[in-house]
Design a protein around this ligand. Structure first.
Ligand code: ADP
Length: 433
């Protein structure tokens, strides 16, 4: 990597942070810094797929190019570490990345599109990249932290395929994305991977903007007949079964391969093809679903010659969630807030009053005043506890975290259920120190 990852004023150096959790403190600082950096980017869209080779990068590149063509300032971040194809798809294979003040400058593609890809930094593109998990996380983090993106209307992120550690890192590091566009092909295998992808988004509270079915049928260039090589329509059915919007289908089109090999976004290069028309409708739909500023203009211009598909009415699935934490000892609520074995953290859907998932997070070594910031950093909005010192209570309230005190020793999930049902019995703060 060209950057050393150190910046004045934002350094992750935690030597002065005391003995407890220096790595954790550095991680928190990094995440805060990334949040601050990305706060000047109006919309962030992740492009995901259940597996590789379905056209995820093709969709990401064309979406970014479409938005840039609408006059918006766009960033395209390619963090598909094992298959970074963005430089090739944009004809930027020989581009080099320049640095400034220990940071990386994105490569420009035309006037409005800033691009960063791991592909720019690997000397030999044919060499397999073998990195261990923490290194991959580090690289993804560095691309968000150490690239000078500046103010943008949109950032499109070409994520690694699947639902493993790499897409998880992306979803965790990018705060409040507008949502994810999920790309699939019509085969059953690809569709089942996509179901997992939707479940992954739901767990991480990333709204699903919609599903794109790529390689959906082939229109014969000679007779115009459509042949469903990999079947078609499965994406739409799956989207409807899983209550997520369907954004449209893109047929197999040899012009896409030609455009990809030539490094030109196909939606620009061959504006009259079925695939380009289909793609423009999809991009306009993403724009209107994310409330992009020139959404109306984009939709109007793309509907001049063809009608937008009727899925326009479909709502974006955004689950209203909350994170609730309970200190636990021996499987039950710990009456001593500062000394639990672990915290049970529940993600709950406040509209249905149901827990979506829960996880156990080991409590950090005891240090007065640490827990409120630590839990807040993990997105916790409600604490259910027995007793708590007044300082911790104040620190939570400064951070806007709701604290329910005087709750009896019980099973954490039963307590969360009672909280959601409005029947949780609280009482006096039972703090004994
Ligand atoms: P992924 O990012 O999912 O691995 P890519 O976007 O790199 O997939 O696409 C894989 C290959 O398939 C590329 O060569 C691309 O040009 C080609 N491709 C993608 N979509 C289509 C399509 N609709 N018709 C024809 N070729 C396509």
């Amino acid at each position: 990597m060209a950057s050393n990852g150190k910046h004045e004023g934002h350094d992750s150096d935690s030597r002065s942070e005391g003995a407890n959790g220096p790595e954790m403190t550095a991680e928190i600082k990094d995440r805060e810094y990334i949040r601050e950096q990305l706060s000047v980017i109006k919309h962030k869209v992740l492009v995901l797929s259940g597996k590789g080779g379905v056209g995820k990068s093709t969709v990401a590149v064309n979406l970014a190019a479409f938005l840039a063509g609408q006059g918006m300032k766009v960033g395209l971040l390619d963090i598909d570490i094992h298959g970074p194809s963005v430089p090739e798809l944009l004809g930027l294979k020989s581009a080099t990345v320049e640095g400034r003040d220990g940071k990386l400058l994105p490569v420009m593609s035309g006037q409005n599109l800033k691009v960063m890809s791991i592909g720019f930094l690997i000397r030999n593109p044919d060499e397999a990249v073998i990195w261990r998990g923490p290194m991959k996380y580090g690289v993804i983090k560095q691309f968000l932290k150490d690239v000078i993106w500046g103010e943008l209307d949109y950032m499109i992120v070409d994520s690694p395929p699947g639902t493993g550690d790499e897409p998880l890192s992306v979803a965790q590091l990018i705060d409040n994305p507008d949502g994810a566009v999920i790309v699939t092909t019509p085969q059953a295998l690809s569709l089942s991977d996509v179901r997992r992808c939707i479940g992954f988004c739901r767990k991480l509270h990333v709204p699903v903007l919609g599903v794109v079915e790529n390689m959906s049928g082939f229109v014969c260039p000679n007779c115009g007949e459509k042949v469903d090589i990999f079947k078609s329509g499965g994406g739409m059915k799956m989207a409807s079964d899983m209550s997520v919007p369907f954004l449209g289908s893109i047929p197999i089109d040899p012009a896409i391969v030609v455009a990809s090999d030539a490094g030109t976004p196909f939606a620009e290069g061959s504006a009259s093809s079925d695939a380009a028309d289909a793609f423009q409708k999809i991009a306009a739909s993403v724009l209107s679903r994310t409330g992009g500023e020139t959404a109306q203009t984009a939709v109007e211009s793309s509907t001049k010659t063809s009608e937008i598909e009727s899925d326009e009415e479909m709502p974006v699935t955004k689950i209203e969630t909350k994170k609730i934490a309970v200190p636990v000892i021996e499987g039950k609520l710990s009456q001593h807030f500062g000394h639990p074995e672990y915290f049970a953290i529940f993600d709950v859907d406040t509209s249905t009053g149901k827990a979506l998932s829960s996880q156990k997070i080991d409590s950090p070594p005891h240090q007065p005043g640490l827990l409120p910031g630590w839990l807040h950093e993990r997105g916790v909005q409600v604490i259910i506890a027995g007793g708590m010192g007044s300082r911790a209570k104040d620190l939570f309230s400064e951070r806007g975290v709701e604290v329910v005190l005087g709750v009896g020793t019980d099973d954490p999930s039963a307590l969360v259920e009672a909280y959601l049902a409005g029947t949780l019995t609280s009482g006096d703060n039972l703090c004994d120190h």
